[in-house]
Write a protein that binds this ligand. Structure first.
Ligand code: SF4
Length: 334
Protein backbone atom coordinates (compact mmCIF):
# COMPACT_ATOMS: atom_id res chain seq x y z
CA UNK A 1 0.00 0.00 0.00
CA UNK A 2 1.23 3.51 -0.84
CA UNK A 3 2.27 5.48 2.24
CA UNK A 4 2.57 9.25 1.84
CA UNK A 5 5.05 10.93 4.17
CA UNK A 6 2.29 13.03 5.77
CA UNK A 7 4.54 13.76 8.73
CA UNK A 8 6.72 15.88 6.45
CA UNK A 9 3.69 17.83 5.18
CA UNK A 10 2.38 18.46 8.69
CA UNK A 11 5.74 19.47 10.16
CA UNK A 12 6.50 21.80 7.21
CA UNK A 13 3.14 23.55 7.62
CA UNK A 14 3.63 23.86 11.38
CA UNK A 15 7.07 25.42 10.87
CA UNK A 16 6.25 27.78 8.00
CA UNK A 17 2.67 28.72 8.85
CA UNK A 18 1.52 29.20 5.22
CA UNK A 19 -1.73 31.01 4.33
CA UNK A 20 -2.62 28.27 1.83
CA UNK A 21 -1.00 25.19 0.28
CA UNK A 22 -1.44 22.96 -2.77
CA UNK A 23 -0.93 19.21 -3.13
CA UNK A 24 0.12 17.66 -6.41
CA UNK A 25 1.10 14.18 -7.59
CA UNK A 26 0.63 11.43 -10.16
CA UNK A 27 -2.83 10.19 -11.15
CA UNK A 28 -2.20 6.77 -9.57
CA UNK A 29 -2.23 8.18 -6.03
CA UNK A 30 -4.78 10.97 -6.44
CA UNK A 31 -7.22 9.33 -3.96
CA UNK A 32 -4.47 9.23 -1.35
CA UNK A 33 -3.67 12.87 -2.05
CA UNK A 34 -7.35 13.75 -1.66
CA UNK A 35 -7.42 11.99 1.68
CA UNK A 36 -4.25 13.80 2.76
CA UNK A 37 -5.74 17.18 1.68
CA UNK A 38 -8.76 16.56 3.91
CA UNK A 39 -6.49 15.85 6.89
CA UNK A 40 -4.45 19.02 6.28
CA UNK A 41 -7.62 21.12 5.88
CA UNK A 42 -9.09 19.78 9.13
CA UNK A 43 -5.86 20.16 11.10
CA UNK A 44 -4.77 23.63 9.98
CA UNK A 45 -8.00 25.25 8.76
CA UNK A 46 -6.33 26.84 5.72
CA UNK A 47 -7.26 26.56 2.00
CA UNK A 48 -5.76 23.35 0.57
CA UNK A 49 -5.86 22.97 -3.21
CA UNK A 50 -5.42 19.66 -5.03
CA UNK A 51 -3.84 20.21 -8.45
CA UNK A 52 -6.00 18.10 -10.78
CA UNK A 53 -3.73 18.35 -13.83
CA UNK A 54 -1.22 15.65 -14.73
CA UNK A 55 2.06 15.50 -12.86
CA UNK A 56 4.29 13.04 -14.68
CA UNK A 57 7.46 13.58 -12.71
CA UNK A 58 9.87 16.11 -11.31
CA UNK A 59 9.78 17.57 -14.85
CA UNK A 60 6.12 18.42 -14.39
CA UNK A 61 5.69 20.25 -11.09
CA UNK A 62 2.78 22.59 -11.97
CA UNK A 63 4.53 25.57 -10.39
CA UNK A 64 2.52 27.95 -12.60
CA UNK A 65 -0.67 26.53 -11.03
CA UNK A 66 0.70 27.18 -7.53
CA UNK A 67 1.56 30.74 -8.55
CA UNK A 68 -1.87 31.39 -10.03
CA UNK A 69 -3.48 30.06 -6.85
CA UNK A 70 -1.12 32.18 -4.74
CA UNK A 71 -0.22 29.33 -2.39
CA UNK A 72 2.85 29.60 -0.16
CA UNK A 73 3.82 25.92 -0.46
CA UNK A 74 3.31 23.37 -3.24
CA UNK A 75 3.78 19.81 -1.97
CA UNK A 76 4.73 17.48 -4.82
CA UNK A 77 3.93 13.96 -3.64
CA UNK A 78 5.27 10.67 -4.98
CA UNK A 79 8.19 11.78 -7.14
CA UNK A 80 11.07 11.05 -4.79
CA UNK A 81 14.29 12.38 -6.26
CA UNK A 82 17.65 13.29 -4.84
CA UNK A 83 16.44 16.84 -4.06
CA UNK A 84 14.16 17.82 -1.16
CA UNK A 85 12.80 21.02 -2.68
CA UNK A 86 12.73 23.33 -5.69
CA UNK A 87 13.16 26.99 -4.77
CA UNK A 88 11.23 28.21 -1.79
CA UNK A 89 7.82 26.99 -2.86
CA UNK A 90 8.04 23.33 -3.91
CA UNK A 91 8.59 20.62 -1.29
CA UNK A 92 9.08 17.06 -2.53
CA UNK A 93 7.20 14.49 -0.43
CA UNK A 94 7.91 10.73 -0.54
CA UNK A 95 5.18 8.19 -1.26
CA UNK A 96 6.56 4.68 -0.87
CA UNK A 97 4.81 1.39 -1.53
CA UNK A 98 5.36 -1.02 1.36
CA UNK A 99 4.62 -4.15 -0.70
CA UNK A 100 7.00 -7.02 0.14
CA UNK A 101 9.23 -8.21 -2.72
CA UNK A 102 10.76 -11.15 -0.76
CA UNK A 103 8.62 -13.88 -2.32
CA UNK A 104 9.08 -12.86 -5.95
CA UNK A 105 12.77 -12.10 -5.36
CA UNK A 106 13.36 -15.63 -3.99
CA UNK A 107 11.46 -17.23 -6.88
CA UNK A 108 13.39 -15.18 -9.44
CA UNK A 109 16.77 -15.77 -7.77
CA UNK A 110 16.23 -19.56 -7.89
CA UNK A 111 14.94 -19.68 -11.47
CA UNK A 112 17.49 -17.29 -13.00
CA UNK A 113 20.26 -19.65 -11.85
CA UNK A 114 19.39 -21.71 -14.94
CA UNK A 115 20.45 -18.80 -17.12
CA UNK A 116 23.85 -18.68 -15.46
CA UNK A 117 23.72 -14.98 -14.58
CA UNK A 118 26.40 -14.19 -12.01
CA UNK A 119 26.22 -10.40 -11.68
CA UNK A 120 22.82 -8.72 -11.70
CA UNK A 121 21.84 -5.11 -11.23
CA UNK A 122 18.70 -3.71 -9.60
CA UNK A 123 16.76 -0.68 -10.76
CA UNK A 124 13.42 0.82 -9.87
CA UNK A 125 11.26 3.93 -9.64
CA UNK A 126 10.73 6.20 -6.66
CA UNK A 127 7.95 4.25 -4.95
CA UNK A 128 10.03 1.05 -4.52
CA UNK A 129 13.45 2.53 -3.69
CA UNK A 130 13.16 1.30 -0.11
CA UNK A 131 12.64 -2.28 -1.31
CA UNK A 132 15.96 -2.48 -3.15
CA UNK A 133 18.08 -3.38 -0.15
CA UNK A 134 15.85 -6.31 0.75
CA UNK A 135 15.90 -7.67 -2.83
CA UNK A 136 19.68 -7.20 -2.94
CA UNK A 137 20.07 -9.34 0.19
CA UNK A 138 17.81 -12.09 -1.20
CA UNK A 139 19.87 -12.35 -4.41
CA UNK A 140 23.16 -12.21 -2.52
CA UNK A 141 21.99 -15.06 -0.30
CA UNK A 142 21.53 -17.08 -3.50
CA UNK A 143 25.13 -16.43 -4.58
CA UNK A 144 24.71 -13.54 -7.00
CA UNK A 145 26.82 -10.42 -7.05
CA UNK A 146 24.36 -7.53 -6.94
CA UNK A 147 25.17 -4.07 -8.28
CA UNK A 148 23.12 -0.93 -7.66
CA UNK A 149 24.22 1.83 -10.02
CA UNK A 150 25.08 5.28 -8.65
CA UNK A 151 22.47 8.01 -8.96
CA UNK A 152 23.21 11.29 -10.74
CA UNK A 153 21.37 14.58 -11.17
CA UNK A 154 17.85 14.07 -9.79
CA UNK A 155 18.26 10.29 -9.63
CA UNK A 156 18.93 8.32 -6.44
CA UNK A 157 21.08 5.17 -6.56
CA UNK A 158 19.33 2.53 -8.68
CA UNK A 159 16.54 4.89 -9.70
CA UNK A 160 15.49 5.48 -13.31
CA UNK A 161 13.07 7.88 -14.97
CA UNK A 162 11.39 7.15 -18.28
CA UNK A 163 14.06 9.27 -19.98
CA UNK A 164 17.07 9.19 -17.63
CA UNK A 165 19.12 6.08 -17.00
CA UNK A 166 22.51 6.86 -15.42
CA UNK A 167 22.50 4.05 -12.80
CA UNK A 168 21.86 1.35 -15.42
CA UNK A 169 23.84 2.85 -18.27
CA UNK A 170 26.95 3.23 -16.14
CA UNK A 171 26.86 -0.42 -15.01
CA UNK A 172 25.93 -2.11 -18.28
CA UNK A 173 29.41 -3.34 -19.13
CA UNK A 174 29.80 -5.08 -15.76
CA UNK A 175 26.51 -6.95 -15.28
CA UNK A 176 24.78 -9.92 -16.90
CA UNK A 177 21.16 -8.83 -16.45
CA UNK A 178 18.91 -6.13 -14.98
CA UNK A 179 16.03 -6.66 -12.59
CA UNK A 180 13.45 -3.91 -12.43
CA UNK A 181 11.36 -3.75 -9.26
CA UNK A 182 7.71 -2.90 -9.96
CA UNK A 183 4.99 -3.26 -12.55
CA UNK A 184 6.15 -0.69 -15.10
CA UNK A 185 6.78 -1.91 -18.64
CA UNK A 186 7.33 1.77 -19.49
CA UNK A 187 10.46 1.89 -17.31
CA UNK A 188 11.73 -1.69 -17.62
CA UNK A 189 11.54 -1.69 -21.44
CA UNK A 190 13.65 1.43 -21.62
CA UNK A 191 16.30 -0.20 -19.38
CA UNK A 192 16.45 -3.10 -21.87
CA UNK A 193 16.80 -0.66 -24.78
CA UNK A 194 19.48 1.47 -23.17
CA UNK A 195 21.60 -1.41 -21.86
CA UNK A 196 20.83 -4.06 -24.52
CA UNK A 197 21.01 -6.59 -21.66
CA UNK A 198 18.43 -9.19 -20.57
CA UNK A 199 15.96 -7.28 -18.40
CA UNK A 200 13.34 -8.74 -16.07
CA UNK A 201 10.41 -7.04 -14.38
CA UNK A 202 9.60 -8.28 -10.85
CA UNK A 203 5.91 -7.88 -10.05
CA UNK A 204 5.30 -8.36 -6.31
CA UNK A 205 1.51 -8.07 -6.64
CA UNK A 206 1.10 -11.11 -8.92
CA UNK A 207 4.27 -12.78 -7.59
CA UNK A 208 5.66 -13.21 -11.08
CA UNK A 209 8.55 -11.96 -13.14
CA UNK A 210 8.83 -11.57 -16.90
CA UNK A 211 11.59 -10.90 -19.39
CA UNK A 212 10.87 -7.61 -21.06
CA UNK A 213 13.40 -7.68 -23.88
CA UNK A 214 10.91 -8.56 -26.68
CA UNK A 215 8.63 -5.67 -25.77
CA UNK A 216 11.68 -3.40 -25.69
CA UNK A 217 12.78 -4.49 -29.17
CA UNK A 218 9.30 -3.63 -30.53
CA UNK A 219 9.43 -0.19 -28.92
CA UNK A 220 12.90 0.40 -30.31
CA UNK A 221 11.86 -0.67 -33.83
CA UNK A 222 8.87 1.66 -33.65
CA UNK A 223 11.18 4.55 -32.73
CA UNK A 224 13.58 3.72 -35.60
CA UNK A 225 10.70 3.40 -38.09
CA UNK A 226 9.37 6.84 -37.15
CA UNK A 227 12.78 8.34 -37.95
CA UNK A 228 12.84 6.72 -41.39
CA UNK A 229 9.28 7.89 -42.11
CA UNK A 230 10.19 11.46 -41.15
CA UNK A 231 13.01 11.48 -43.71
CA UNK A 232 10.54 12.23 -46.51
CA UNK A 233 8.74 15.04 -44.69
CA UNK A 234 8.82 18.39 -46.52
CA UNK A 235 7.48 20.39 -43.57
CA UNK A 236 8.23 19.47 -39.96
CA UNK A 237 6.54 20.99 -36.92
CA UNK A 238 8.91 21.42 -33.96
CA UNK A 239 6.90 21.43 -30.73
CA UNK A 240 8.15 23.19 -27.61
CA UNK A 241 6.47 21.71 -24.52
CA UNK A 242 5.20 24.29 -22.06
CA UNK A 243 5.59 22.23 -18.86
CA UNK A 244 8.30 23.97 -16.78
CA UNK A 245 10.69 21.04 -16.49
CA UNK A 246 10.29 20.05 -20.14
CA UNK A 247 10.74 23.50 -21.67
CA UNK A 248 13.58 23.37 -24.24
CA UNK A 249 13.28 26.34 -26.60
CA UNK A 250 17.03 26.53 -27.25
CA UNK A 251 17.12 22.87 -28.29
CA UNK A 252 14.10 23.47 -30.57
CA UNK A 253 15.85 26.40 -32.28
CA UNK A 254 19.04 24.37 -32.71
CA UNK A 255 17.11 21.52 -34.37
CA UNK A 256 15.28 24.06 -36.54
CA UNK A 257 18.60 25.41 -37.84
CA UNK A 258 20.04 21.96 -38.54
CA UNK A 259 16.90 20.74 -40.30
CA UNK A 260 16.61 23.90 -42.40
CA UNK A 261 20.22 23.37 -43.45
CA UNK A 262 19.14 19.86 -44.51
CA UNK A 263 16.38 21.36 -46.68
CA UNK A 264 13.32 20.99 -44.45
CA UNK A 265 10.65 23.65 -43.89
CA UNK A 266 10.03 24.18 -40.17
CA UNK A 267 7.07 25.50 -38.21
CA UNK A 268 7.51 26.19 -34.49
CA UNK A 269 4.62 25.20 -32.24
CA UNK A 270 4.23 25.56 -28.46
CA UNK A 271 1.76 23.52 -26.39
CA UNK A 272 1.31 21.94 -22.97
CA UNK A 273 -0.37 18.59 -23.68
CA UNK A 274 0.98 16.98 -26.87
CA UNK A 275 -1.68 14.54 -28.09
CA UNK A 276 -2.62 13.04 -31.46
CA UNK A 277 -5.95 14.85 -31.29
CA UNK A 278 -4.24 18.25 -30.95
CA UNK A 279 -1.72 17.52 -33.69
CA UNK A 280 -4.46 16.49 -36.14
CA UNK A 281 -5.64 20.13 -36.13
CA UNK A 282 -2.47 21.18 -38.00
CA UNK A 283 -2.47 21.05 -41.80
CA UNK A 284 0.45 20.70 -44.20
CA UNK A 285 2.85 19.27 -41.63
CA UNK A 286 4.27 15.86 -42.55
CA UNK A 287 6.05 15.03 -39.28
CA UNK A 288 6.62 16.50 -35.83
CA UNK A 289 9.56 16.73 -33.47
CA UNK A 290 8.76 17.44 -29.85
CA UNK A 291 11.46 18.56 -27.44
CA UNK A 292 9.39 17.98 -24.27
CA UNK A 293 9.09 14.42 -22.92
CA UNK A 294 10.94 11.87 -25.10
CA UNK A 295 8.36 9.19 -24.36
CA UNK A 296 5.43 11.03 -25.93
CA UNK A 297 6.02 9.74 -29.46
CA UNK A 298 7.29 6.27 -28.57
CA UNK A 299 4.60 5.33 -26.05
CA UNK A 300 1.47 6.85 -27.62
CA UNK A 301 -0.29 6.44 -30.94
CA UNK A 302 0.04 9.27 -33.46
CA UNK A 303 -1.12 9.42 -37.07
CA UNK A 304 2.10 11.15 -38.15
CA UNK A 305 5.69 10.55 -37.01
CA UNK A 306 6.38 12.36 -33.72
CA UNK A 307 10.09 12.28 -32.92
CA UNK A 308 11.89 12.96 -29.66
CA UNK A 309 15.25 14.76 -29.49
CA UNK A 310 17.42 11.60 -29.92
CA UNK A 311 15.25 10.57 -32.85
CA UNK A 312 15.58 14.05 -34.38
CA UNK A 313 19.36 13.86 -34.06
CA UNK A 314 19.25 10.48 -35.76
CA UNK A 315 17.09 11.98 -38.53
CA UNK A 316 19.60 14.78 -39.11
CA UNK A 317 22.40 12.21 -39.37
CA UNK A 318 20.40 10.18 -41.88
CA UNK A 319 19.70 13.30 -43.96
CA UNK A 320 23.45 13.90 -44.05
CA UNK A 321 24.01 10.30 -45.16
CA UNK A 322 25.53 9.23 -41.84
CA UNK A 323 24.51 5.96 -40.13
CA UNK A 324 22.56 6.24 -36.88
CA UNK A 325 20.60 3.37 -35.40
CA UNK A 326 21.79 3.28 -31.80
CA UNK A 327 20.40 6.64 -30.80
CA UNK A 328 18.48 5.28 -27.78
CA UNK A 329 21.49 3.56 -26.19
CA UNK A 330 22.39 6.70 -24.26
CA UNK A 331 22.15 7.86 -20.63
CA UNK A 332 19.52 10.53 -21.11
CA UNK A 333 16.97 10.63 -23.92
CA UNK A 334 17.13 14.40 -24.25
S1 SF4 B 1 10.05 10.41 -19.21
FE1 SF4 B 1 8.93 12.28 -19.61
S2 SF4 B 1 7.56 12.50 -17.83
FE2 SF4 B 1 9.20 11.04 -17.26
S3 SF4 B 1 10.79 12.29 -16.29
FE3 SF4 B 1 11.30 12.13 -18.48
S4 SF4 B 1 10.40 13.96 -19.41
FE4 SF4 B 1 9.43 13.70 -17.41
Amino acid sequence: MIQIDEEKIFSTISERNPRSVALDGPDGIIKKIQNCAEKVRDEFNIPVYIIGDTSWGSCDLNIHAAEMLGVDILFNIGHTISMESFGNKVIMVDAFDDIDFSKIAKKCAVELKKKNFKIISLATISQYIRSMQNVKEVFESHGYEVVIGRGKGHLNDGQVFGCEFYPVYDTKDHVDAYLFLGQSIFHSASIAIVTQKPTFMLDPYFNEYSEISDIARKLEKKAILAVYKAQDAETIGIIIGLKEGQFAKIKALELKRLLEEAGKKILLIAMTEITDERLLSFEGIDAFIQVACPRIGTDNHFHKPVLSVPQAISLIKLLKGEPSQEFLQIKHWL
